[in-house]
Design a protein around this ligand. Structure first.
Ligand code: NDP
Ligand code: 8G0
Length: 458
């Protein structure tokens, strides 16, 4: 690429994908795909706008709003909206870029996009959040639609915000349509959508464990370190517990809660944390209560990875670049065998390189296996795709039906990555296939082929 503006997160995501394609036989077999990558790395369209709203004191506030419409080869642009003070074009471009290939891996007809605003929901009243959502959608509604671009939540945007935005879309466009996913259950939302990313992540890791152990092991008895305490982390933790595993950590942007001694986070403790997060509070506010202080250590300003003791599985589920190279080494030293990203780009490139090297270094003993977010966390957007399908058909499936479809999609995400890696990266004897390379190649090939048939490149 030439003349790239300074977009560190986007460059990181681009290089991670491009390097795995370069190091495979893909470009030898299909040299013309280099052109496709060049074209696909520029968004089809980026919408940027101002969002002016009034705070509770009656004062004017202004934020930056965005929607990156990255690729529509496989379907309408699809991807979440993030409200966080760190939001900028580099972050949304990296998220939109990842989304293209992730959505391809789900096997559903969705293109890739991402949006959001540099608005900080923390410290805002419910009324301020509602006014912000209304102001944000007043502009965004001109650029989206059920067959054009279908946003959803992400960090800082939950069902409550999706509701306010849906209402404003409907008022202005005078159309009730499946323009957003993650809607409320009584007005078009799919059952299992709130659970889908966390559950899907654990379903995916079940396949990793089963494959790596030759069918002998499962989550039962495994110690699992999780970061984050939002939507993805909460439901990943609940599913791990349901499957007989032990959850030893959760965290937020201010610090980590780490289990001391035996036991696990319980569903009741996770429910308490979920309520806290609805109120936009920090884990620090419960760390010193009787219910938590004897069982968990609160580590202010720390991520959990170097404090969790012996673990088998690590599930980064908070935000990008939340596992450093040092932390990757620490996790390996602590016995961690499976790392799967609930968050997007949860691992730094240094961490990925270390995990991937150990996949090859440990030929004789237990290998370490890393799953990238674009495969492991695809369950969320997959169920969003199922929500779109239900809205179009004007019907709703039961929780069991959606959960079964989610399990099937996660299984095929896993096997697609695995088999594609075997096909395009010659594996050394006894070495686990690279799920990063396989997932990137599988997602990219599908998108590149559709783009070619549309005349997007030739
Ligand atoms: P939530 O807003 O529900 O939770 C985010 C969690 O991560 C909170 O615990 C938050 O802490 C923490 N966090 C956010 N930003 C930072 C930061 N800069 N540093 C440290 N901690 C941070 O978001 P989700 O659970 O929905 O999203 C988590 C990750 O999963 C994101 O990377 C998202 O893109 C990804 N993802 C989400 C999907 C979904 O369906 N929701 C689907 C696929 C991926 P605090 O409470 O202190 O802000
Ligand atoms: O449902 C969605 O479109 C969605 C929402 C939040 C995150 C993601 C993702 O895949 O990263 C998708």
């Amino acid at each position: 690429m030439s003349n790239i503006p300074h977009e560190p997160e986007f460059e990181q995501a681009y290089k991670e994908l491009a390097s795995t394609l370069e190091n495979s036989t893909l470009f030898q077999k299909n040299p013309e795909y280099r052109k496709a990558l060049q074209v696909a790395s520029i968004p089809e369209r980026v919408v940027q706008f101002r969002v002016v709203w009034e705070d509770d004191k009656g004062e004017l506030q202004v934020n930056r709003g965005y929607r990156v419409q990255f690729n529509s080869a496989l379907g309408p642009y699809k991807g979440g909206l993030r409200f966080h003070p760190s939001v900028n074009l580099s972050i949304l471009k990296f998220l939109g870029f990842e989304q293209i290939f992730k959505n391809a891996l789900t096997g559903l007809n969705m293109g890739g996009g991402k949006g959001g605003a540099d608005f900080d929901p923390k410290g805002k009243s419910d009324n301020e959040i509602r006014r912000f959502c209304v102001a944000f959608m007043t502009e965004l509604c001109k650029h989206i639609g059920a067959d054009t671009d279908v946003p959803a939540g992400d960090i800082g945007v939950s069902g409550r915000e999706v509701g306010y935005m849906f209402g404003q879309y409907k008022k202005i466009r005078n159309q009730w349509e499946g323009v957003l996913t993650g809607k409320g259950g009584s007005w078009g939302g799919s059952l299992i959508r709130p659970e889908a990313t966390g559950y899907g992540l654990v379903y995916y890791v079940q396949h990793m464990i089963k494959y790596a152990s030759g069918g002998k092991e499962s989550f039962a008895g495994k110690r699992v370190a999780i970061s984050g305490s939002g939507n993805v982390a909460q439901y990943a933790a609940l599913k791990v517990i349901e499957l007989g595993g032990t959850v030893v950590s959760l965290s937020d942007s201010k610090g980590s809660l780490v289990l001391q001694g035996e036991g696990s986070f319980t569903p009741e403790e996770i429910a308490l944390i979920a309520q806290l997060k609805v109120e936009r509070k920090q884990l620090s506010s419960i760390a010193n209560t009787d219910a938590f202080k004897n069982k968990f250590k609160y580590l202010e300003g720390e991520r959990p990875w170097l404090h969790v003791g012996k673990v088998d599985v690590a599930l980064p589920s908070a935000t990008q670049n939340e596992v450093s190279g040092e932390e990757a080494k620490g996790l390996i030293a602590a016995g961690c065998k499976f790392i799967a990203e609930g968050s997007n780009m949860g691992c730094t490139q240094e961490a990925i390189d270390i995990f991937e090297a150990h996949r090859e270094a440990n030929k004789g003993g237990d290998a370490i296996w890393y799953a990238p977010g674009k495969a492991a966390n695809a369950g969320g957007v997959a169920v969003s795709g199922l929500e779109m399908a239900q809205n179009s058909a004007r019907l709703s499936w039961t929780a069991e039906e959606v959960d079964e479809k989610l399990k099937g999609i996660m299984e095929s995400c896993f096997h697609n990555g695995l088999e594609t890696a075997k096909e395009y990266v010659t594996p050394a004897e006894g070495v686990l296939p690279s799920l990063v390379a396989g997932s990137n190649i599988a997602g990219f090939k599908k998108v590149a082929a559709a783009m070619k048939e549309h005349g997007d490149w030739w």
